[in-house]
Design a protein around this ligand. Structure first.
Ligand code: ATP
Length: 236
């Protein structure tokens, strides 16, 4: 059984068909990449899984459980967390407050404290800046905060929307190294990325979306050399 199964998903915004009849799955332990041009429906797919948008048709199963009509809170409690496009940290709150926000569904205050200490070990720059306002952090630090905030709910599945957006190449590598470490320590990851080559190099499988529809899927190592992917997404 896959950890996440999306079956025949369609999402509309008014007359716009953002996602059409999309079927994909993520196995426990995988990193799966979703690539596609601007407006292809990648963010909408993640937002359907985290239940921030309502599917028009289709089903979403998490660990075998139908979450198609779950609330966003329920989905977080079940083990799905999203790091949104553009990070969306609370700029006028401290690093610490942002992390606490990520744990809002939890009632185990002592364990939350312990997890926060672990985040500061894993992300030392956040530790050094724990009392600083999030808006004063660099772009890379804000991205780390967005990821750390998502991890505070102890997700089994982490949804990452454009983690490398707007970051310098050296920081992008750092973010991808962190993604790899998280995955090796047991977190399953569904990743949306503009940086298609790097995302494919660092993931197990890739799905390609065009105008809301799935056009290609397969092992990342194979697709990264596929003519169609090279031409459309890798500047080949
Ligand atoms: P990007 O890389 O630009 O974020 P994307 O692949 O993530 O692109 P989506 O953001 O999912 O694509 O958008 C899919 C389609 O839905 C686009 O045509 C977009 O304009 C439209 N869309 C997205 N969000 C909304 C919204 N809140 N209201 C209306 N239309 C929307």
């Amino acid at each position: 059984m896959a950890l996440l199964e999306v079956e025949n998903l369609s999402v509309n915004y008014g007359a716009i068909q953002a996602v059409r009849n999309l079927t994909l799955s993520v196995q426990e332990g995988e990193i799966v990449t979703l690539i596609g041009a601007n407006g292809a429906g990648k963010t909408t797919t993640l937002r359907a899984v985290s239940r921030m948008v309502r599917p028009r048709e289709g089903r979403i199963l998490f660990a075998g459980r139908d979450i198609t009509r779950a609330t966003p809170d329920e989905v977080v409690r079940l083990g799905i967390a999203q790091s949104p496009e553009g990070r969306q940290v609370l700029a006028r709150q401290s690093v610490q407050d942002n992390l606490e926000l990520g744990a809002y569904t939890r009632r185990d205050a002592v364990e939350v404290r312990a997890d926060m200490a672990r985040m500061y070990e894993r992300f030392p720059r956040l530790g050094e800046r724990r009392n600083q306002l999030a808006g004063t952090l660099s772009g890379g630090e804000q991205q780390m905060l967005a990821i750390a905030r998502a991890l505070m709910s102890r997700p089994r599945l982490l949804l990452l929307d454009e983690p490398s957006l707007g970051l310098a190449p050296i920081i992008v590598r750092e973010i991808f190294d962190i993604i790899g470490e998280l995955n090796r320590s047991g977190t399953t990851i569904l990743l949306v990325e503009q940086n298609a080559r790097l995302a494919m190099q660092r993931s197990d499988r890739t799905y390609v979306l065009e105008a809301g529809q799935l056009t290609l899927e397969g092992d990342s190592a194979r697709l990264v050399n596929d003519e169609r992917v090279l031409h459309a997404y890798l500047g080949g």
